[in-house]
Write a protein that binds this ligand. Sequence first.
Ligand SMILES: [Zn+2]
Ligand SMILES: [Zn+2]
Length: 721
Amino acid sequence: MRVVDVLLPVALDHAYSYRAPEGLALAPGDLVTVPIGTRAATAVVWAENPEPSPRLDNRMKDVEDKLDVPPLKPELRNFIDWVSRYTLSPRGMVLRMALRMGEELGPARERVGVRLAGPAPQRMTAARSRVLALLADHLAHGKSDVAAEAGVSPGVIDGLLDEGTLESMVLPPEPVARAPDPDFVRPDLTAAQRDAADKLRALADGSYGVTLLDGVTGAGKTQVYLEAVGEIIRRGRQALVLVPEIALTAQFLDRFAERFGVRPAEWHSQLSPRLRARTWRAVAAGEVSVIVGARSALFLPYADLGLIVVDEEHDPAYKQEDGVRYHARDMAVVRSRGAGIPIVLVSATPSVETEVNARRGRYARVHLPERFGSQHLPAIETIDLRAEGPPRGRYIAPRLAAAVTTALERGEQALLFLNRRGYAPLTLCRRCGFRLACPNCDAWLVDHRFRRRLVCHHCGFGMPPPAQCPHCQAADSFVAVGPGVERLEQEAAELFPQSRILVLSSDLVESVERLRQELDDVAVGRFDIIIGTQLVAKGHHFPKLNLVGVIDADLGLSNGDPRAAERTFQLLHQVIGRAGREEGRGIGYLQTHQPEHPVMRALIASDRDAFYTSEIELREKTHYPPFGRLASLVVSAPERLSAESYARRLAAISPHADNVRVLGPAEAPLAVVRGRHRFRLLVKSPRAFDLSVYLREWLAAAPKRKSNLKLDVDVDPQSFL
Ligand SMILES: [Zn+2]
Ligand SMILES: [Zn+2]
């Protein structure tokens, strides 16, 4: 009897033993169907089990079937094991990310095609003639495509089939993406870009190594790394391009198509289940040469991965904050090391971690010094809100308003940046001072006036604005305090009545397609003023945009996050970099209460290196990453007391290790979320210390938890709320 250990994509760490039925050849990596409880699940053979425990014998079930897909290679299985060990997540949960197509992996559905076969029908209708016009080329077309394009029901086509005017056949499945042509166009590069592209192309020959591609916004980093991608295509291998937010990649897809003739395959959460399943198969079979995707694309079963590119590597969106808490940039480095392939990290404002690695020579650096063509970096000025702020209840200072007016008169676009969704972050009763708070969280409700709702940004709770104050019963007594993008729009509409204004904010995004359309509308000049959250900071190109006004440059500087200065610098640098990329010199205005802050000073002086040098010094002195390591443990429970006492007991049994400190427990800055009280412990260790092993040992000795008490472990946390 042969026994295999099978890993299931569920929240369990260990593999289960199953009997391999006679005649079913099974090897590690094979995808199989196994019974679990009363149902069947897709799982993966993790190992042979040469000595199954005899007491399991009579309870052991048979593997039901083997799926007809390529096995998960050792490289991916090792990666799954590694991520699980590092993040302290059950292996099954990590496997689940690699099997995102889940149960959809059945046989591909047949695609029915139709084409002209016989004489015209006796009875002609408008609908029929539209169908026949579409098929006039005598080629086979997908039946459902024809119905959709002609705007007819499938019944119309069935009628034509019955009469013999059309015939049907089974079409081969449509490819997920057509093959890109590395020689589709010869790119038009500057000398500096050519030099950088040569260095990146040379990586295609090599083995594991990390390269930072570093250059200001608009320097043409994408064109340059696409040359390395082209080299991988030429060799018949696969390249993965990770992007922080797939909704914002329309221009990347277009640029890719301009360079290689076709769009790459995409991987993100908005793919239909069928397209996911087909893409997964195509990646595993090596039929897709380039994938552009969100962080989950890192767990795809590449047949022959040759290169990983992480665009905007500093972006916080690469950290997954629920389920398996992993940082996709860091794990991409791990995967490329395991696969023995090069990886390119791309940024105009690298993370401090990456910058330190580049400065110390652990990462190679390829630098793009200038903006493409004749473009210049925008000039940056501060507006000191203490001295020349806007009138009370207003948020656009007079000097910024005057600059916007000038830009509009010149036919240019202006971007007003405020990283706050909704109308106002706080609503209070002007009579009694009562503040509208979330019933489940320690947070104020945010007024979303476009949707006529007050919403909690932490749990999603929402309610219509109350007619009366719940505390003093006064009617119409609520006032909005502070600005959000929706309120800013109101002010802009009053200040610039003739202008066409668009608000871009993630909560207003109905679909990826709609957002891509709106970004295109901005690019061709259908709007004069764009008001946006960080959604607008990320890489897309607005040729007519020449002015960026940052409404609250201090937002995010004072939130107790060790990366607050870095994040603020990156975000503001990026958003101001949107200005003036095509014609003339752009200008950025920073409205701030602290113009002397190092972040503001570095931005004004366009002195990125000075900012990094001072920030790196500070991190080194305080032993914050990358000069020390952090892990956070959050204990939460419906009752405050049980969360706190468990956190205390946990702290009390923390193992001793040299230079490892356990801070807390302290009430979390967000003390209540979704009705759960939260206490935080922070572990600080030296850089070379194995925190995962330490944590595992600690948690193995942790007191038993009641079922309503939760412990969330986050290695290398990005969020400190
Ligand atoms: Zn809430
Ligand atoms: Zn009141």
